[in-house]
Design a protein around this ligand. Sequence first.
Ligand code: HEM
Length: 479
Amino acid sequence: AFKRKKQQRRPPSPPGLPIIGNLHQLGELPHQSLWKLSKEYGPVMFLKLGSIPTVVLSSSETAKQALKIHDLHCCSRPSLAGPRELSYNYLDIAFAPYDDYWKEVKKLCVQEVFSPKRVHTMQPIRDEEVKKLIDIVTKSAQEKTPVNLSEKFLSLTVGVICRAAFGVSFHETVLNSDRFDKFINEAFLFLGSFSASDFFPNGGWIVDRLTGLQGRRERSVRDLDAFYEQMFDLHREEKEKGSEDFVDLLLRFQKEESVLGYGKLTRNHVKAILMNVLIGGIGTSAITMTWAMTELMRSPRAMKKVQSEIRNQIGNKSMITLDDIEQLHYLKMVVKETWRLHPPAPLIVPREVMSEFEINGYQIQPKTRLYVNVWAIGRDPDTWKDPDMFLPERFIDNNIDPKGQSFELLPFGAGRRLCPAIYMGTSMVEFGLANMLFHFDWKLPEDMEVEDIDMEESPGLNVSKKNELLLVPVKYVYN
Ligand code: HEM
């Protein structure tokens, strides 16, 4: 007997070219190009990126179908060249394929590394680092000179993550913070940049060699490796020091020969997991704070409202606590609204389909690469009234939250691959912003008007504000 071939219903697709397929349509900012294409081809769109069949989802409804109903069919990750090298062959959490190792290491990290308890034990470090920032900004306020907030928010998160997770202060090591920024930027680039071998698995590596991408990638991996090794050494030397940080914790698991999935946890596993902390934790929070300040500068009304809320709550206290933050409802809405318009990972992290499923009657085949365009979802006029307006109040009467349950707002993704550090990331962002908004009023540099603030985005896995945000602080005095 025959098996009748099931009728193939492939999602609509923009016309492509031979060999490269739709690759040339991605442009510099793929999430924006894909958003425009989705207006014509719909919320389930098929593209051929080089030789890779790819599906892009661009509405909350289709995102829900994939990330909730069919999550188990599509929660693996594609093999990508940059991530492979940075993760010691997928020994990390973010880029590991869906298997027993990933399940166990993610569970372990959710319980031990990213837990609310750890977020609370990090608070003294956050306090100290934010105090340093306040001092620097206060100096600028006295001199009436602008502060580069993009840079300051980055050094705040670098400071906190490095001390809290790695137990080292970067200024005190051979890796001074200048080089550290460079590391992070290079590593980011390799995680996000579209490299030829990711689209042409059979010959793309040749292009990557010719363009020098491969060489730079190898150098970046070497630099980071040296950094991890140095960190491990430092940990051995300073053993008697206080509480256990992430590195101590992971090295302890390694020493105890903990078995995860298919084997024992090795030094390379620890490095790969630390890479996720480094790259997942630093840019995303800094980017969010920068966009939030940018949007608030464009909306003096929202700025005034959020500052009064914070100042009423804090009064004449000198320190803002995590408990205070819980009372700052408008600030929380400002952050949500920032994530709606500026999700730090606009296409989240690509997934790979493991087994066939259907969305809106279209068949999605195994091995398809799947992107969810959360940037497009945040601007969808069917979901959001006046999507271009920055209106934190839109969150008053609904219970849309960013934790992966509301498919209209997915800055942390959803489903099994959900970001494990939502609480840590959110606390960092809210805490940093609350302090900058409490202690200072902010003015645009001379000869700049509100209309001159630009909203251009820079390319990469994490999309940040392209041009740095420069603002003049004015110290707030409680009376
Ligand atoms: C504002 C802050 C943050 C944002 C917006 C963010 C966003 C995301 C997104 C969109 C994903 C992919 C989810 C998916 O594929 O469905 C992700 C995954 C991940 N994030 Fe975050 N993140 C943030 C903070 C952090 C921090 C602070 C850490 C670590 C300290 C972290 C570690 C990770 C890891 C390990 C994964 C991989 C999860 C997996 O594949 O199973 N993130 N994050």
